[in-house]
Design a protein around this ligand. Structure first.
Ligand SMILES: [Ca+2]
Length: 502
């Protein structure tokens, strides 16, 4: 059913209006005006938002959107890295199908017949508008947009990665030697993005990337508010991705002395006792790269991350304010989503890359469709990024594109507590040889397996152990849960995992 969520009153008005009209006019009147879509994306933002219960985060605009729409409490990325996550979401296919695991690949080179989300809307009469980071920096479905498409800089190699089943396993000794070389590398090679900065100069603030992304979104809304065709506007902010640069006013919202470090804070990446080595990469990928995090430096970095979140919130706020000012809210579906989560010092990790932990995989996800009955409520159900594509098609009454693997979340937008027995899956590939880790998330449990070097299993209890300090996978009391979730995990991942043969 395409519109299970349209209020009955609305349908009644349409029916009454149509009975008085001439047959040809009636056909047009029967058809509700297509909904616009405003899809707001944040980069590397975990659920440190007021709406998600964070004690310090100042995010009034996203919080307001959450009160207006449906907030998903358990939404997960399918891959904790920018381009693979976005490629999966924008093609409506799991990473086990895309097999795109890196930041320099363009899915269209491997699968020119796959229709991306913006292209599907373009093909069905929408004006498609892009501002900011959508697929990835240097990667774009250039032809999918009426305005804002950018030249691709990477990813025109048409060769997808080889089938992992055809590759020999990496010997453990070789893997350990690789890690040793990485750890011994020159610290000066850490990128300049490993830092924070509070910007004060007004001209510099105007020139910040996300300020410009928000300006462009506002300008698109003004230019297309009166169009007879609906718009599909994607707006991708790049914060709180490193470097943590934001206007000083957002740093001033936080006192560094209020920042409390996580209970499993460590100075450097640390595999907790009893967990598989593959669960934590030995070197951070975003912040504190090849350098220890002191408690003082860690608190300053977390404050900067929160400042960047408040800066994104401010940008989101002015785009939504323009939507309201133009009277577009009632016929626009607004989505807010982040491409993956992040670890801020938990287990010594400062990144998302390789994180199959709750902090790395859980994302903020809010949908406001003015027509649905669930608005103003939160959904505790487990949903995943691959569901976004089919959901938007369903809400907009567009046909389902071929090959789409996700599920429409329209039933949960209508009733956020409706039965929904679908786990979420997040995967990681360490060397682009197949999957080196998979986690399955149910409402009750998190269960992961790691393959190849550092292999092992972990079961954690997010209800009683939110920082995931106890691995229950080897505890006989949980053997039945492990067996059940392992079977679910392998049904999902079979044929794509790295060989564990020695
Ligand atoms: Ca990202």
């Amino acid at each position: 059913m395409a519109f299970p969520h349209i209020p009955r009153l609305f349908l009644a008005v349409v029916v009454l209006a149509s009975t008085a009209a001439a047959p040809s006019a009636r056909a047009a009147a029967d058809r509700p005006r297509p909904m616009n879509v405003l899809f707001l994306i944040s980069d590397d933002m975990r659920c440190d938002l007021g709406a998600y219960g964070h004690a310090l985060a100042r995010t009034p605009n996203i919080d307001r959107l959450a009160r207006q729409g449906v907030l998903f409490e358990r939404a997960y990325t399918n891959y904790p890295l920018c381009c693979p996550s976005r490629t999966s979401m924008l093609t409506g296919r799991h990473p086990t199908t895309t097999r795109l695991y890196g930041n320099r690949e363009w899915i269209g080179a491997w699968h020119p017949d796959w229709v991306t989300l913006p292209r599907h809307f373009k093909n069905h009469g929408y004006t498609t508008l892009r501002t900011g980071k959508i697929f990835h920096a240097g990667i774009d479905d250039t032809e999918a947009w009426h305005e804002g498409g950018e030249k691709r800089l990477y990813g025109d190699n048409t060769q997808p990665p080889p089938d992992p089943a055809t590759l020999p396993p990496i010997p453990e000794a070789e893997e350990l030697a690789r890690i040793e070389r990485m750890l011994a590398a020159d610290v000066a090679r850490a990128p300049s993005s490993d830092r924070w900065e509070a910007v004060e100069d007004p001209a510099a603030i105007s020139a910040l990337g996300d300020t410009q992304v928000g300006d462009r979104a506002v300008n698109y809304l003004r230019a297309h508010a009166q169009d007879t065709t609906p718009f599909f506007l994607m707006c991708g902010f790049s914060k709180p991705h490193s470097p943590l640069v934001a206007p000083k006013e957002f740093f001033d919202l936080y006192d560094v002395d209020d920042i409390i470090l996580p209970p499993d804070f460590a100075a450097r990446p640390t595999v907790p006792e009893g967990f598989p080595r593959g669960a934590i990469r030995p070197i951070n990928a975003d912040l504190f790269i090849r350098r220890d995090a002191t408690p003082e430096a860690a608190r300053a970095m977390i404050r900067a991350y929160l400042a960047c979140i408040s800066y994104v919130d401010w940008n989101v706020g002015r785009v939504l304010a323009e939507l309201d000012r133009l009277g577009l809210r009632e016929n626009t579906i607004v989505v807010f989503w982040s491409d993956h989560g992040y670890q801020l010092g938990e287990k010594g990790k400062w990144s998302k890359a390789g994180s199959l932990w709750e902090q790395g995989t859980r994302v903020p996800f809010i949908v406001h469709d003015p027509r649905v009955a669930g608005n103003g409520r939160a959904s505790p159900r487990v949903v995943q990024a691959v569901d976004i594509y089919p959901t938007l098609l369903d809400l907009c009454g567009l046909p389902r594109a071929d090959g789409i693997e996700g599920l429409s979340l329209a039933p949960l937008l209508h009733d956020p507590h409706a039965p929904w027995d679908h786990p979420a899956f997040t995967v990681w590939s360490e060397r682009n040889r197949g999957l080196s880790g998979v986690v399955v998330r149910t409402e009750r449990w998190r269960y992961a397996e790691f393959f190849g070097p550092g292999a092992g299993a972990m079961l954690t209890d997010p209800l009683h152990d939110p920082y995931e300090t106890q691995n229950l996978a080897g505890d006989p009391r949980y053997a039945a849960i492990v067996a059940e979730l392992s079977a679910v995990l392998h049904r999902y991942a079979d044929g794509t995992t790295e060989s564990t043969a020695r």
